[in-house]
Design a protein around this ligand. Sequence first.
Ligand SMILES: O=C(O)[C@H](O)[C@@H](O)[C@H](O)[C@H](O)COP(=O)(O)O
Length: 265
Amino acid sequence: MADGSVVPIDRKVVRKFKTEEDVAVALAKYIADLSDKFIKVKGSFTVVLSGGTLIDTMRKLVEPPYLHGVDWTKWYIFWVDERVVPLDSPDSNYKLAHDGFLSKVSIPSHQIYPIHYKPGPQGPEFAARDYEERLRKLVEKKILPLSPVTGFPIFDLMLLGMGPCGHVASLFPNRSQQNDKKDWVTFITDSPKPPPPRITFTFPVINTASEIAMVVTGLEVSLATHVALKSKHHDFGLQGPLPVQKVSAEVLLTWFLDENAAFQQ
Ligand SMILES: O=C(O)[C@H](O)[C@@H](O)[C@H](O)[C@H](O)COP(=O)(O)O
C-alpha cells in the first residue's frame, strides 16, 4: 500500500507512502492537526524533537498553509536526545532544528528548551541532570502534567527517527541506557553513532507521551523496520528486542514510512 492508508493495530498505525516527499507532506498535516487539537483541549502543545533526518522531513510545516495557520505561540519545544556539544556546533540537534525549523516560525524563545552545555568530562552528566531538573520545574508550573499511571511527564507529541541498528533517541542496542526505568533523562559517553557524548530521554518518558510519530525513510532502515513491524525476531546479534521494539505511546504511535523503508514489509 503506497497511498498513506491507515492500518490500525492496537494503539499503533502504520502509514506507508511512495516517496519521502509524500511522507513530508503527510507529516506536516499530522503535526498541524495535532497542534490544533491539543491547543483546543489544553491551551498548549508540547513537542519533542529528534536530530537526524527528521527536521528535513518536517520541511513542509514551515510552508503555507501551516506557516501562518499554526498557532506557534502555544508551542513548547524539547529534545528527546541531544549531542553534548556547543549549541552552535554543526553536530548540535538544537542547531539543526534552529536552522531548519525554529528560525522560521514564531515560537517564543522562552518556550524552547535546548540543553545547557558545559565542556569537559562532566558535561554529559551535568546536561542530563540539568535537563531533568528543568522538566521537573515545568511539572511544578503545570506546563507538563505527570501521568498518574506511570509517574512520568506527559508530552503531547514525540517525533522520533530510527537508526539502521534499531536505535531511537540515544537509546542504543548494547547500551544500558535503554533499560533505565528510573531517570527521566540520562546520558551516554560512548554512543556508537558519533558524537559519543549525548543525553537522552529514557523509555518511561518516551512511552508516556500521548502521541509518538516514528518517521522512518530510506533503504538502510528497512531491516529494523521489518523487525519492529513484522517479524518481531531479529538476527542483529543481540539479546532481547531492538530499542525501537520497546516504543509505545499512551494514545497512538504512528509510523510514517516511505517505500524504501517499507521495502521488507
Ligand atoms: O542525535 C541523533 O542523531 C538523533 O536524535 C537520533 O536519535 C536520530 O533520530 C536517529 O539516529 C535517526 O537518525 P536519521 O533520521 O538520521 O536516520
